[in-house]
Design a protein around this ligand. Sequence first.
Ligand code: ATP
Length: 506
Amino acid sequence: MEKSKYEKIMDIATKRGFVFPSSEIYGARAGFWTYGHLGTRIKQRWENLWRKTFLTLDQNFFEISDCTIMPKKVFESSGHLKNFNDPLTECEKCHFRYRADQLVEEELKIDVTGLKEDALTRLMKDNKLKCQNCRGSLSDVRFFNMMFDLRVGVTGDEIMYLRPESAQSPYLAYKREIEALRKKLPMGLAVIGSAFRNEISPRQGFFRLREFIQAELQIFFDPGQINEHEEFESVQGYRLKVFSEKKVREISAKEMNEKLKFPKFYVYHLVKVQEFYLSVLKVPESKFRFRELGAEERAFYNKIHFDIELDLETLGGWKEAGGVHYRSDHDLLGHQTGSGEKLEFVSDDGKRRFIPHVLELSFGVDRNVWALLDIFFKEEKERTLFEFPSVVAPVDVAVFPLVNKEKIPELAEHLFKELYKNFNVFYDESGSIGKRYRRQDEVGTKYCITLDFDSLKDNSVTLRERDSMKQIRVKAAELNIVLDGLMNEGKVLKDFGKFIEAEPEK
Ligand code: ATP
């Protein structure tokens, strides 16, 4: 049987060093993954693009980093200890555990959003649902808290928790940072870091993890100014792709605000999120949409909530990669009450006092990395490749000596060292040139450079582009400029030379 696209990508991902199960030699545990050398590169590139896009939206947006282990009180105040629960059902025979809502949705093809444990239990009983593994009976549904706790200190007296979302860190840092940043709103505090959730059934491979990375920006703002944004005019004609009434519609930012009554501050950031996917990451338009969550689906404190969804073939369709959440004053108010510390904003003249509201731009880094693998994977007759845009490709350029003879390897190594200063370069001298090209295509390397006997004479090299497999001849000394033009200035191969007749790639 032919492998599924998921299996094909996972084969490459594990063998070539993108991602593989963590602690594998001791038997991997579901929901824990290692980024290999190529996966780490893509992740870092994605994170840096995220920083460049969102931290430059305002001079008052900054990144912080924090501990992932936090006191119990933090999560009493945030509501996670009480509310961060998933419905669990267990097979009474083989003891396999399921997320009850997912199981019911999968089996009955209905939407059960917002149903409580009793209603889920009834649905399972009425429809005689059984364990998918052994057909055993399933237990009544009960809620299960998804946070990991741990004991801290020599006597282990204190129970602390691993943060289930990075967002809590900026709320806890608010008091210090609003002072340090001279009391200006909006103020943005971003975190790129790990979060932990004891997911009941992390079966979907690299999608639902127990330890994962989030990139989140918390924007603290004055609720009195929610329908204002200095730059709204510049985006008002931008057409947002919004899923509603069973199809994706294009709605201008202006219409979102004037007709649908979403505040300007919120809509402006929706535009910036869509631009990030379409213009920076080059995700095809047909694979991106926002989906609004209704009151029964979103967290109780979110007043407006659009998910960022990507159409991922490997995971069966539209999947959540992030969200834009208007969290109101819920978090700061909760922490003010819980800690007894004043978390108000007080204007310099002391006349205005209020708890800032928060707009959260939230992204799961791992899901976004997997989305890049899914979206840019391509199969051709002779090869498989990732058609990554240059900005996220894990390797920019590979350097090959055609043969290990005369002075060709020395020249190639010299070139490798030259290019290494500016690009992610890989050196490979083993196997036929055709095989070496295939290996680089398979991991998405955008360009390959081959040095041959002519290179010894005139210092020229062959430059081959991944997607078209077209080749040109250029001077080695010009490569820094040529590659910079191709990768950063939107130039194409033709701008630097005529295509040459290439040998068939064997
Ligand atoms: P889901 O509905 O898929 O469980 P969520 O709505 O609970 O996700 P949020 O709490 O809004 O997710 O977290 C923000 C982002 O963090 C998500 O959009 C997702 O990209 C990422 N994320 C959440 N849970 C996980 C997980 N278990 N593994 C990987 N990424 C996750």
